[in-house]
Design a protein around this ligand. Structure first.
Ligand SMILES: [Fe+2]
Ligand SMILES: [Fe+2]
Length: 277
């Protein structure tokens, strides 16, 4: 029997641990917890709405290939990936429920946008293309995670909610190469991963902004000059989302790209996990 030993390119010595953390966020979620800023808060809350359906999709698209991977190291990483994404999904579902109860939003309506996108992807795309899309979205989450752990945007937010976002970010960094290494191992090609990132970035941003605007409209804050100004700065200004993430985002389009080209283990070493409940 041939045993493939080099499919995983995660750095040696790393292990994926699913920390079974539980967060109690009702106090923070009742308010505009991010810098007291309605737009930024709604944007991050909208991001949370994408996770339950999104992470289920990531797990499924990697799990399709479970039997094809023979490298024991990568097999173990796949199990760690499923476990980590499973806990993320659970905690973000809870986050979304508490948020919607407190602020009168429709959780069903907002989560349905990502669910619809996922169902469309599953219907129209081959399993390999679904995996390519997962690699792309995992790249998006990893580059965002790296910024968050570097102190971007959330450094002044209340402790509990920051703990949740930093925990999720740390685990996204830890498992950032798993889907990619599976994709490479099963013969996924460059063209499909490039194309699916482009397509999913557009759809993902549209869903995110639709939910952001929905929450702001519900709060009667959408058409205020201060909200629109803050939204513009948050997205387009010097330390805003697009400029901050642009070069890391584009690195994915290098044909030789690998997630660990950006070795940010130092961020993981500095991060301190909150205690499990
Ligand atoms: Fe996750
Ligand atoms: Fe992930």
């Amino acid at each position: 029997m041939t045993v493939i030993t080099n499919a995983s390119r995660m750095p040696e010595g790393m292990a994926l641990e699913a920390r079974n953390l539980r967060f109690e966020l009702s106090q923070q979620l009742a308010n505009d917890w991010l810098d007291n800023d309605p737009f930024k808060t709604a944007f991050f809350n909208a991001l949370s709405m994408t996770f339950p359906a999104g992470e289920r999709f990531f797990i499924e698209s990697v799990r399709h290939y479970k039997d094809e991977i023979k490298d024991p190291k990568l097999q173990k990483e796949m199990s760690g990936f499923f476990a980590q994404e499973g806990v993320h999904s659970r905690e973000h579902r809870k986050y979304n429920r508490v948020l919607c109860e407190l602020r009168g939003y429709s959780q069903e309506k907002m989560e349905a946008r990502t669910e619809k996108l996922v169902q469309k992807g599953k219907k129209k795309m081959s399993r390999k293309a679904q995996l390519a899309a997962t690699c792309g979205v995992e790249h998006l989450t990893a580059i965002l995670a790296s910024k968050i752990l570097n102190g971007w945007m959330l450094s002044d937010t209340p402790r509990q909610i920051r703990d949740l976002w930093e925990w999720h970010s740390a685990e996204e960094l830890e498992h950032k190469s798993v889907a990619f290494d599976v994709y490479t191992q099963v013969g996924g090609n460059y063209k499909a991963r490039k194309l699916t990132l482009r397509i999913f970035t557009v759809h993902f941003m549209l869903d995110l902004l639709a939910n952001t605007f929905y929450m702001l409209r519900k709060d009667k804050k959408l058409w205020k000059l201060s909200t629109l100004q803050s939204g513009f700065n948050f997205l387009f200004a010097k330390r805003g989302v697009f400029r901050e993430l642009r070069s890391d985002y584009l690195s994915y389009f290098d044909p030789d790209f690998h997630p660990w080209d950006d070795d940010n283990r130092d961020l993981l070493a500095r991060w301190q996990s909150p205690k499990a409940a």
